[in-house]
Design a protein around this ligand. Sequence first.
Ligand code: ADP
Ligand code: MG
Length: 975
Amino acid sequence: MIVSLIKKIFGTDNLRELKRLQPLVNQINELEPAFEQKTDDELKAMTPQFRERIEQGETLDDLRPEAFATIRETSRRTLGMRPFDVQLIGGIALHHGIIAEMATGEGKTLVSTLPAYLNALSGKGVHIITVNDYLAKRDSDWMGKIHTFLGLTVGVIHHGITQEERISAYKADITYGTNTEFGFDFLRDNMALTADMQVQNGYNFAIIDEVDSILIDEARTPLIISGPVERIGKQFFQDLKTPVERLMRSQNQLISKLLNDAEALLPDNEYEACRHLLKIKRGAPKNKRFLKLVKDGPLKKIIDQIENDNIRDKTLHELDAELFFSIDEHSGTIDLSDKGRLELSPQDPDFFVLPDLSMSDELADMSDDERLEKQQQLEKDFSEKSEKLQNVSQLLKAYSLFEKDVNYVVNEGKVQIVDEFTGRILPGRRYSDGLHQAIEAKENVRIEAETQTLASITIQNYFRMYATISGMTGTAETEAAEFLKIYKLKVLVIPTNRPIRRIDSTDVVYKTKKEKYRAIIDEIIKMNEMGRPVLVGTVSVETSELLSRMIPKRIKHSVLNAKRHQEEASIVESAGQPGAVTIATNMAGRGTDIKLGEGVIRCESCCYLCEDEKTKNCSECPDPVKQGKKLSNCKKDMPCGLHIIGTERHESRRIDRQLRGRSARQGDPGSSRFFLSLEDDLLRIFGADRISGIMDRFGMEEGEPIEHKLITRAIENAQRRVEGRNFEVRKHLLQYDDVMNKQREIIYALRNRALNDDSLEDLIQEHIDEIAPGLCDEYFAEGIPPEEIDIKGFKEAVFRHFATPLWNPPEELIKAKPEELEQLVLDAINGVYKKREQQFSPETMRQIEKWVFLRVQDELWKDHLLDMDHLREGIGLRGYAQQDPLREYQKEAYDLFLKLDSRMKIDFIEKIFTVQIMPREEIIEQEQQKNIVLGRGKDPDQQEKKPTKRQQPKVGRNEPCPCGSGKKYKKCCGK
Ligand code: ADP
Ligand code: MG
């Protein structure tokens, strides 16, 4: 019976895989009695024995049964938990680089100890990735007991530890930490100026907890270490704020008028009214009155129809022209109309029109000098105006599409992004392309400087460096295709230890949000009166706070949202107490177990279990309370367990599953229900037609909800569509990052070589051998008559690159054969190089060379990243010119990289021949000081952290300031 149930749920492939693993589980079970007999010392002695056997040539797979039996027994003794068979299966899956889908509360933390121990035996390191610092610390303390008992070392990296602690945490057999910490350590290591400042050592085996959250949700934004930009163009947010606000007011007045007109036309002249309403949709899609008016399906349908007709007839711009600006909600683009331009700059409507850069007639009549000057003027004008236009567009976006407390919060004078998936604040992350500054201007907080990327990597590419990665979560299955495609990770759905007895009710849909919220409050009160705990999941901070205000005073409740995430773990922990009401944004407190309080479970096997099998005779149930009672009575009398209320469907089904999964852990009873309304974003933007069609068919009364399978299915389809689109976005990000990734690999490999090699002499020789002959070829190209050879220029070039004067008389150079000329030049250069080496001692010279190499490479790489950013921004436009933007991007990125490569060689050599040398100690000291600050100060997650205190820095006045500002020392801290 169990087998057939599993088959029904998980499909046959999954079942086959589970069957395949069963013999191994049996083997471990057979070993159990023998391991129970072992003394503590005998158990501890297993670790050295395993290591010995690995040396003798046994593989980790050979050790699986005994190693797992060792952990099972150790866990029993140290933590009082004996891993269940399903946990062993999870452990085996993880060991083989598979994602183990195990429901919430199944004990995944413990599961990870099995593969962690086994893989740590190889001595190559195991990294366990958690979603936040709190869990990294909790899990390393908790599970560390098992590992340290067995003689392994456990480390944890988190915000705020010292460099030494970090290094030692990575040296441990098993290291816990968040993906952000691991990722930033990787980037910082690749900015370190000496090898001993690097903290990581290898990427062997990683176990990622809550893997969907990390590899899918967080993978949408890359990790970036950045510093302020010094020279980028001016920004005009402050100056433009007032005109843009005026424009917003005018648009809003226009929208109000259109709304009045539309209302007056209704209900007699629907078509004309909808023409007005379409304009509102284009001009203020989030206008509350508008949303209320069109919430009934029919109007919306007509509006969409008119819009489609206009798109087909290419007349949409005529409609848009009546607005001050138009917004495309799907793509998030904003277009300023002529009317809008006039409103922004009444004196000079052309102020926001880009000048024509092509050669005008006017230019044709000018002298070369005049033309040049005019062109430069035009270019300057152009770039300033396009910057202003860009600023206006970002400001309009900030005002029209970004809502405070939904998309972002303002905390202590800072605008902080709220993650739409988790509802958490993303500290230090900023919207790109000036949008963040625009929101700062709107909220009247300090506008922070635009920053420049110093190093960046996507989560995907970070984890691709590991020999093996594996993951665990309660919700992976819906994203199985993406895991396989992007990470080559398979998903194995592992059955729960005890059958799930949660009742998931079908969604109820209301016409308006208001009715929906009222129904939610009623449900909360009902559950509360029964003494059941309730967890209410919301998509935004705003909804959380709204519901919190609506709950009657007598009901005590906690609100868990992005503003209070520090306390989230302890609040969530007590969410299972009798009568507890907890309102939490999506997934907040994920990873923290909700244990049910006393009295919440009233019977050990209540009928919730039987819900789907109505034919089952209740008297079969062993529970005495239920004996002799009818199923329906039993359900009414026995409400128990945690009740989940969803206040909106999320874009992704996975997140909804996650919320439901918070209830009914380890065979507990529980229930869940989602409340929706036609005004919800998901229904409005993506599923409205189908759903309102169904609604019409069933006829819906005011205040009366509708509950139907068809609706649930239509919503699921809408979710699938959005999931698909989001997958595309992530794939797209990755395709572009792949280009960068190859370049990053080359540059970082070069860098590590320079960092770890004793000497860069070979590299320098290679460069000299490449550059010098290149110069000879250039100046003495075949076919140039001897009298036209630019000897003076040639000598200057050699001097510029190698600080090497060529004293040979011109005739000698002209007469020489090409090989002779090359040799002669090379000899001169090498002579100078040797002389410099003698002058400063070879040892000092080696140090200097390393230092110069790293400085030059880092500086140029940083500029290159900026170029790549610009390329990326500009490339989107190529799509219009019938070119494949990705192909174009690859091609131009390659050209940029070639340029970077040759610049790097030339700059490096020039500096080697000209650099002035300070005493070695001073250099090392300076390197280290810079590294500490550079590596730490700019990590977005560590912004509050103060730069490490130094004694009297020895920094040249023209050197970059060690505070990391990017300015010269004399203009910054050295003032
Ligand atoms: P998950 O991460 O899968 O949601 P946790 O690792 O947080 O679950 O564990 C949930 C709870 O189950 C914890 O309180 C843990 O102590 C308990 N637990 C896990 N495994 C066992 C076991 N084998 N025996 C008893 N309790 C267990
Ligand atoms: Mg967990």
